[in-house]
Design a protein around this ligand. Sequence first.
Ligand code: ADP
Ligand code: MG
Length: 314
Amino acid sequence: MTYSEFNLIDEFLTDLTVGRDDVVLGIGDDCALLDVAKDRLLAVSMDTLVGGVHFFADADPESLGHKALAVGLSDLAAMGAAPAWATLALTLPDIDKPWLRCFTTGFGRLAARYGVQLIGGDTTRGPLSISVQVHGLVVPGSALRRDGAGVGDGIYVSGTLGDAGLVVRARRGDWLGDVAPLKDRLDRPEPRLTLGRALRGIASAAIDISDGLSSDLGHILRASGVGAAIDLSAIPQSPEVAAVGDWTLPLASGDDYELCFSVPPVRADALMKCLDHVDVEVTRIGEIAVTPGIRWCLPGGGLLDVGKGWEHFS
Ligand code: ADP
Ligand code: MG
């Protein structure tokens, strides 16, 4: 008997994650059955990683399993939702058991840390591609959306920006400095779930930075009908990124999965308080303004002229 899709599901996926009380029926039937709490909204998001496009062909499978789930959990973090369930669509060129063992280990470890249950999916043969749908729960009215930023609100980001972009640059051979300390920033991003949940009732808008600050802050600004002034001297950078001295890294490279959010001045104190219990640094980088677009204010005065180079950034 050949090793089929069903063997694969049994061996690697059926018992991969913890059981949750709200899963009436998990992997194994035509559908999963989920008990969605009456007083919660379901937050749903899906992401696909394609080999050669979103990750290097020789990527370490354990990190890939982590990242495939992490990027979805980052979306839940940006909404202030509590993660609950995930589905996984796997397209595999062949059944490579050592690869699958590592991939599911990376996925399963991150799922365990946040109490996420894998409740179903689909497995097909073809060029390597991984789609993960995540489901989270959020109290009605408390979700962090993109459209609530108001003029005068402070703009904040978590962590440091540009790290993942610098690792990509190094792997392509376009940067020869040491990026070893930043490797996990690209390969194993940490979804900012604790921060996202702490920001409920405090942030007026939020987004996760998957495509770069310029692009993702731009989404908040357009959704909210406002602009922004950013103080470039305040942009948090790792020593490695700061040493490159190229604004395109912290402003326009993707894959950092930090949160960018706005907070009205009246809630600035509440923000500081709620950060006591959060596992990542948060930095105020600017303010929401009336004029549309982003003004990038240089440390010595004047504005950064992004001109036509901006397209190339994204
Ligand atoms: P069907 O043919 O009825 O769609 P499948 O044979 O595709 O069912 O899948 C059998 C069971 O295994 C289903 O519960 C499905 O959700 C689950 N499953 C299939 N592939 C995956 C996967 N990659 N990850 C998690 N669960 C999976
Ligand atoms: Mg199916």
